[in-house]
Every structure is written in structure tokens, then in C-alpha cells.
Design a protein around this ligand. Structure first.
Ligand SMILES: Nc1ncnc2c1ncn2[C@@H]1O[C@H](COP(=O)(O)OP(=O)(O)O)[C@@H](O)[C@H]1O
Ligand SMILES: [Mg+2]
Length: 237
């Protein structure tokens, strides 16, 4: 079944784009047809993360102005089934073509991951609620978690939203006023979709290694998004 996943955060820099690329890659590795849609207008980065910047000519803005989708799709060089549509230079004035484009993707992709900018997700109201769920990405610090709570006000009714706690470590959680993970979940008011551990390679801008704990968490999250029941390992949290 076709699924859209809106990747959101209240605060910037929580790891949305990294998660989008990692989970998209994991879903494609599980045999799914996956499109990453970079919606971080003016601040795109998924082309760099996928290593396709040299081939980037057309973006979402061009497609909304009538360019064929196939001219703008950027297949990932090292992962079958994964493609990117790069972010436009400006938000579309009229959201209707964006909504129509999303609907037209239903037959071509099993998953469309929408990488939103931080803060109020302006284009989210143009995303059809049916088939759409949201991942709210927060880091274990007071500001990020408060902003995750604030973001709930912008979630359309009917969209299933879940929390991803990224860059997680017990030490980081201890520095907050939250006694444990349950308190974090209670405060955010969102069910927990995943806990992605702090990864030293990612933190310094290097790719996740093959043994990266973050990569393993992306794979588990991808399986959950695909409807499988995969518990969060207790020893990681
Ligand atoms: N699990 C993680 N552990 C450590 N660093 C991470 C992790 N996830 C992302 N990062 C790093 O955090 C920074 C911000 O990530 P990015 O995906 O660009 O955030 P956003 O898209 O929310 O602005 C990047 O340097 C990225 O490599
Ligand atoms: Mg980003």
C-alpha cells in the first residue's frame, strides 16, 4: 500500500534529513520503491546525502511548473528503488499542483518520505491526509522536546504522528529534567516510533558505518513503517 511519511521537527537540526535518507535507504533495501521529497526550500541537502548533486538539473519547482517527473527524478547511485526529487528554490504559490503531484505518485512508489524544514510545516496542509503519517524528530534536550510539543498544533487532524528520539544517549537524557523515556513520551504526547542512538560518525558529518547503531535503528524503523512489529531494544535506551 502507498504510504506518505512527513518528517517534521519543531527545532532545527534534530536530524530530519539524515533520518529521511537513512530510513529511505533502509526501506529500499527491503524491496520498497521509495521517493525522498526534499521540501526544505532554499536549504536542500538530500542531494548531497545521496551523492547526486552533480546530476541535479530540475527540482520539485520545475515539476510543479510542468516538467515531466522523470526528467527531475534522481535515482540513488548505490541503492535500487530509491530516488530523490530535490527541493525547489521557493514555496509554490498555489498548493494545488503539489497535492495533485503527490496523488500521482501513488502508483509509482510504495513510500514517499517528505523531508520538511523545521518549524511550522507550511506545505503539510496541502498533503492529503489519507495514506499520510508523520514522524516528529526531536533530540533529548529541553528545547527540542518543547518544540516537538509546539509542533503538534500544526498537525492536521487525522494524521497519525509519532515521535523519533534522535541522537539519543542516556547521558543526554540525564541532563534534562525528564526522569526517563516514559516522561519524554508523556510530555510530547506522541507515541514513540523509534529511538536512534547518538552516532559519533554522523555527529562529525561522516557517513554512518556499516555497524552504526543509528543505521540499525533506521532499519528497525523502516520495518515498523512497513507494518512489522519490531520492538525498541531495551538495552539501547
Ligand atoms: N543519530 C545521530 N547521531 C549523531 N549525529 C546525528 C544523528 N542524526 C543526525 N546527526 C547529525 O546532526 C546534524 C543535523 O542533521 P540533519 O539531518 O541535517 O538535521 P535537520 O534535517 O533536522 O536539520 C548533522 O550533522 C547530522 O549528521
Ligand atoms: Mg534537513
Amino acid at each position: 500500500m502507498h504510504r506518505r511519511i512527513a518528517v517534521l521537527s519543531g527545532k532545527g537540526g534534530t536530524g530530519k534529513s539524515t533520518l529521511t535518507a537513512g530510513v529511505g535507504r533502509a526501506l529500499a533495501g527491503q524491496g520498497k520503491r521509495v521517493l525522498l521529497l526534499d521540501l526544505d526550500v532554499g536549504f536542500r541537502c538530500l542531494d548531497l546525502m545521496l551523492g547526486v548533486t552533480d546530476r541535479l538539473v530540475f527540482d520539485l519547482g520545475d515539476v510543479l511548473r510542468g516538467k515531466p517527473l522523470d526528467d527531475a527524478l534522481l535515482p540513488a547511485p548505490d541503492r535500487d528503488g530509491l530516488a530523490l526529487l530535490a527541493a525547489p528554490a521557493a514555496l509554490p504559490d498555489d498548493p494545488a499542483p503539489f497535492t495533485a503531484l503527490l496523488c500521482s505518485l501513488e502508483s509509482r512508489f510504495d513510500f514517499v518520505l517528505l523531508d520538511f524544514p523545521a518549524g511550522k510545516p507550511t506545505l503539510l496542509s496541502a498533503v492529503p491526509v489519507e495514506h499520510t503519517s508523520a514522524l516528529v524528530v526531536a533530540t533529548p534536550d529541553e528545547i527540542s522536546l518543547r518544540d516537538a510539543v509546539g509542533l503538534r498544533a500544526y498537525l492536521p487532524d487525522g494524521v497519525d504522528a509519532r515521535l523519533v528520539l534522535n541522537r539519543f544517549s542516556r547521558a543526554a537524557l540525564r541532563r534534562t529534567s525528564f526522569a526517563d523515556l516514559d516522561r519524554v513520551v508523556d510530555t510530547c504526547g506522541l507515541p514513540l516510533a523509534a529511538v536512534v542512538p547518538f552516532d559519533g560518525d554522523l555527529a562529525v558529518g561522516a557517513p554512518a558505518s556499516s555497524t552504526s547503531p543509528a543505521r540499525a535503528a533506521w532499519q528497525r524503523l523502516a520495518q515498523r513503517l512497513d507494518g512489522k512489529s519490531v520492538p525498541i531494544p531495551a538495552k539501547k535506551i
